[in-house]
Design a protein around this ligand. Sequence first.
Ligand code: FRU
Length: 528
Amino acid sequence: MKYLWTQIIAVSLFISALVTLNCVAQEKNNVLISSKETITVDSTQYYKEPFRPQFHFSPEKKWMNDPNGMLYYKGTYHLFYQYYPEDIVWGPMHWGHATSSDLMHWQHQKIALYPDELGYIFSGSAVMDVNNTSGLGTKENPPMIAIFTYHNMEFEKAGKINMQTQGLAYSLDEGQTWKKYEANPIINNTTLRDFRDPKVFWNEDTKTWNLVLVAGDRAQFYTSSNLLHWKLESEFGQNNGAHGGVWECPDLFKLKTENNQEEKWVLLVSINPGAPNGGSATQYFIGDFDGKTFTTSQKDTKWVDNGTDNYAGVTYNDTPNGERIFMGWMSNWNYARNTPTTNWRSAMTLPRTLSLSTIKGDYVLQSKPVAQFDQQLTTAFSKEKIEIKKGSEKTLNYSNFNQSQIQFKAANKNLKLVFSNEVNDSLVLNYDAQKQQFSIDRRQSGKVNFEKSFGEKIHTTPTPNLISKSIDFQIILDWSSIEIFLNGGVYSFTEQIFPNQPYTKLSIQSIDNQEIKNINIQSVKDIW
Ligand code: FRU
């Protein structure tokens, strides 16, 4: 009898363990999409749709554009983003929200900000008001503050020019729930059509809050002691940099140069249209900022990324060790609404560390994937040396270039790399050492016909700053993107691709005698 009871207890414990396991699994896959709706996802299919990035952030479903409110607080990286929860095209903007402890694995959170009577919630930024300067929290429980643009659709429809103002919202539970500030808007607008995308930050030099936003063809700089009342101090840019389109999503921060420890301020400004290879891109200015005014002697236009798909990128506030971490929206307004994905649209770039170097006496903003990315890699193939005889090619076969990193060093000579698959899709990267230019040809890379401008032409970038005898290549492919970093990010290129099948071949070609050293092909782990 005793034995029977032991057996019954053991069996029921086993069953309850199974049930618990099952519940945990279900809980994990019971994903909160909005406060109104919960859907259950089959875990084997979760984040496995065609073209779904496996190690870049993308929303669980529906439309996403710019990263917003990027902030680190108490071990958590917050990522907010422009989000439309009803469709896979742009619509009334909300702020979506995700969190991460390592910038690689993300937990989806509830939608943070919903549109209200003042308008849609456009791009903006967030800070921790640690000393409660705003008075919206307490010293013991300081508020997290988001400052964003209100876009008033009623005003737009009525033809009123002043449809964009800046609003504030605060959270007393580390971003879980939000309240709009009752005296919104905090920065009003009477005259400007384009007046948006505030980036707020604490300026340690002047011990005050700063805010930079864009006003049509220029940036405006503000100061405040309490995050609520802002004073316009100066403007910059009407006669500087690229002006092929309206200015958007500015950012301003200090960086030390790597070689001589000089400190400079970096101003990022996105622009749409007007990018070198069409549509949207982000330019930067290196200069000085005294807390009120930004000045620069820079004459040329400089680009953060030379590919077609890195837009509206800004950096994290308050990172550990002051590391400057950047993320951009991996798309381009030329075709963002038309890309061939089904239930979601768009992803972010990999998070990247920014640094400042000087090359040929000029400042260069470099970007490369954050160190945490290395944890995601497993080596599949490596070889110390591959020689390419003049006019010949070597081919590497690998079952899944679509989720890989390829790294090597090549002589600073001509080099062509062709990724291809069984159905004749091909993606061609070409470095021309004589012309000093790098090009990406995605015209035959897979699905390209969803919008004319996507696969229309080869994208070419002058590369005069590749002055070393050999060039370091770092190439990262996810299922619908390629990111290329030359010489540790002296040049970076981000482009979307939609191959019909995974690329399985990499052909390395040269019209010179080329030598490839320390080639390493690694698979990248799924993050979802
Ligand atoms: C940039 C942008 C911002 C704006 C947001 C709206 O992509 O146009 O200027 O705040 O998107 O979603």
